[in-house]
Design a binder for this molecule. Structure first.
Ligand SMILES: Nc1ncnc2c1ncn2[C@@H]1O[C@H](COP(=O)(O)OP(=O)(O)OP(=O)(O)O)[C@@H](O)[C@H]1O
Ligand SMILES: [Mg+2]
Length: 421
C-alpha cells in the first residue's frame, strides 16, 4: 500500500520500497528535503502497482521483503521500462548477491544503516543517468522521424522527376504524332464533308429518276427496274450511305479532339508569362464548362482574396477546365457537390477542386496522371486530361496533388508559386 506521496519537485519520481517503516520513512523524508519527489511502499506488490499505473524514474528497494522479492520486482519493472535505474538497499554485504544484482543491471547498492550523503549523491547520479537515457531516446526518435520524413520527401521528388521525364518524352512524341496526323486528318475530314454533299445529291437524283420513270415508262420497264432495285438492295444502300458518312464524320471529329489534346502537351503558342488572377480564370472557365456541371452538381465557389501571379493563363484555364470536367464526370450515382476554392500564403496561390463523387480507387491512384489512362468508356475519355494538367503545372514549377476516397469523393489541389522568376 502507498503510504505517503511526496510533493512534486521537478518531474522525476522515485519509488522507495522497504518493509521497515523507519527505513522507508527516513529515506523519503531525506529525499523530499532535498527537493526530490518520492513515494514509499511497504512491499514490492504495492510499488509495482503504482509503477504500472504512473511510471517512475528510479526505484530504491530492500532486498529481503515479504511477498515479491527484489529480483522479481526488477524483472517486472524492466519488462515495461528497460532503462529505469534500480538501487538495492541491504544490511549485508553478500558477494553472490552483489554479483547477481550487477548481472541483472542493478544501478547501485545502499548499505544499511545508510550514509545520507552517499545516498543523495547516488540518487542524483541515477536521476541524471535516467534523464540522459530519456533525452537520447527522444533524440533518436526525432532523428528517425526526420530521416523518415526526408526519405518520403525524396521519394516524392523522385516520383515527380520520373513523371516529368515521362511527360517530356510524351510531349515530344505527341507533338510529332499530332503534326503527322493533322495533315491526313484534314483531307479525310474535308473529303467526308464533300462525300456527304455528294451522297445527298445522288440520293436526290435517284429519287427524281424513279419518279420520272414511274410516270413515263411502261409497266414492264418499271417492274424490271423495281426488281433490279430490290435485288441490289438500293434503298438499304442509300440509307446506309448516309449513316456511314455521318459516323465517319463523328469519328474524324473525335480524332481531331485527340490531336488537339496531344498538342496540349507541346503548346509552344504561349511562351510569355502574363500577370493573371486565378479567380478571373476560374470565372471565365466556368462559363465554358457550366453546361457540363449544371445538371449533375451544385457548385460552391469559395474564391479567396488572392494576388495576381505570373503564369500562362490559357494553360491554367485548361487545368481548371480539366479538373472541373473530371469532377462533373464523377457523379455516376446522382447529383453531388463540386467546390472550387482559392487561397494564398506568402509563397503560393492555391486552387482546390473538390467533388463528392465516386472517388478514385487506390489501385488507380498512381496511374491517373499517366497519359491515356482512363476508366471512362470508349469515346468519353481520352485519358489525357490529368496528364495535360500535370504537364502545365510542371511548366509553372508548381505541384498538383490528389486525395480521394472511393464513394466519398476527390480533392485535387494545385499550388502555384507566386513568383516564377
Ligand atoms: N474527380 C475525379 N473523380 C473520380 N475519378 C477521377 C477524377 N478525376 C480523374 N479521375 C480518374 O482519372 C482518370 C484519368 O483522368 P483524365 O482527366 O486524365 O482522363 P479522362 O477524364 O478519363 O479523359 P479526358 O482525356 O477526356 O480528360 C479518369 O478516367 C478517372 O478514372
Ligand atoms: Mg478528364
Amino acid at each position: 500500500m502507498q503510504e505517503t506521496s511526496g510533493e512534486m519537485q521537478g518531474n522525476q519520481r522515485i519509488l522507495v520500497v522497504d518493509d521497515e517503516f523507519h527505513v522507508r520513512t527516513t529515506i523519503v523524508t531525506l529525499l523530499e528535503k532535498h527537493g526530490h519527489c518520492a513515494d514509499r511502499f511497504e512491499n514490492a506488490d504495492a510499488a509495482l502497482a503504482v509503477f504500472l499505473e504512473r511510471g517512475a524514474d528510479l526505484v530504491l528497494t530492500d532486498v529481503k521483503m515479504p511477498g515479491m522479492d527484489w529480483s522479481e520486482l526488477l524483472g517486472r519493472i524492466r519488462a515495461v521500462d528497460p532503462d529505469i535505474p534500480v538501487m538495492l538497499m541491504t544490511a549485508y554485504s553478500d558477494k553472490n548477491l552483489t554479483l547477481n544484482a550487477l548481472k541483472m543491471g542493478v544501478y547501485d547498492f545502499i548499505l544499511k544503516p545508510f550514509d545520507p550523503d552517499y545516498l543523495l549523491a547516488s540518487v542524483s547520479k541515477a536521476l541524471k543517468y535516467r534523464h540522459l537515457c530519456r533525452s537520447e531516446k527522444d533524440h533518436k526518435a526525432n532523428l528517425e522521424k526526420a530521416v523518415a520524413d526526408k526519405t518520403r520527401e525524396l521519394q516524392e521528388i523522385h516520383g515527380r522527376l520520373v513523371l516529368s521525364e515521362k511527360m517530356a518524352a510524351i510531349g515530344l512524341l505527341s507533338a510529332g504524332v499530332a503534326h503527322e496526323i493533322n495533315n491526313p486528318l484534314s483531307f479525310v475530314s474535308s473529303n467526308l464533308v464533300s462525300m456527304d454533299r455528294h451522297v445527298r445529291r445522288l440520293t436526290e437524283f435517284v429519287d427524281r429518276q424513279t419518279t420520272l420513270i414511274a410516270s413515263h415508262c411502261n409497266t414492264d420497264v418499271i417492274e424490271e427496274l423495281e426488281q433490279f432495285r430490290r435485288t441490289r438492295k438500293i434503298d438499304y444502300i442509300v440509307e446506309d450511305m448516309h449513316d456511314i458518312v455521318a459516323e465517319s464524320l463523328e469519328g474524324a471529329e473525335r480524332i481531331k479532339k485527340i490531336v488537339a489534346s496531344l498538342k496540349g502537351f507541346s503548346r509552344k503558342d504561349e511562351n510569355i508569362l502574363v500577370e493573371a488572377n486565378l479567380n478571373d480564370l476560374i470565372e471565365s472557365t466556368l462559363t465554358i464548362v457550366w453546361n457540363e456541371i449544371k445538371y449533375v452538381a451544385t457548385l460552391n465557389k469559395e474564391l479567396g482574396d488572392i494576388p495576381a501571379i505570373k503564369c500562362y493563363p490559357s494553360q491554367l484555364s485548361q487545368v481548371i477546365m480539366n479538373l472541373l470536367v473530371n469532377a462533373a464526370h464523377a457523379f455516376d450515382k446522382g447529383p453531388g457537390t463540386i467546390t472550387i476554392r482559392t487561397w494564398a500564403d506568402d509563397a503560393s496561390v492555391y486552387l482546390e477542386v473538390r467533388d463528392t463523387g465516386c472517388g478514385i480507387g487506390p489501385e488507380h491512384m498512381d496511374k491517373i496522371f499517366t497519359p491515356f489512362f482512363t476508366t471512362k468508356e470508349t469515346g468519353k475519355g481520352t485519358g489525357l486530361g490529368l496528364s495535360i494538367c500535370y504537364d502545365i503545372i510542371a511548366r509553372h514549377n508548381s505541384f498538383i496533388k490528389v486525395e480521394s476516397e472511393v464513394g466519398q469523393g476527390s480533392t485535387f489541389t494545385v499550388s502555384l508559386l507566386r513568383s516564377l522568376d
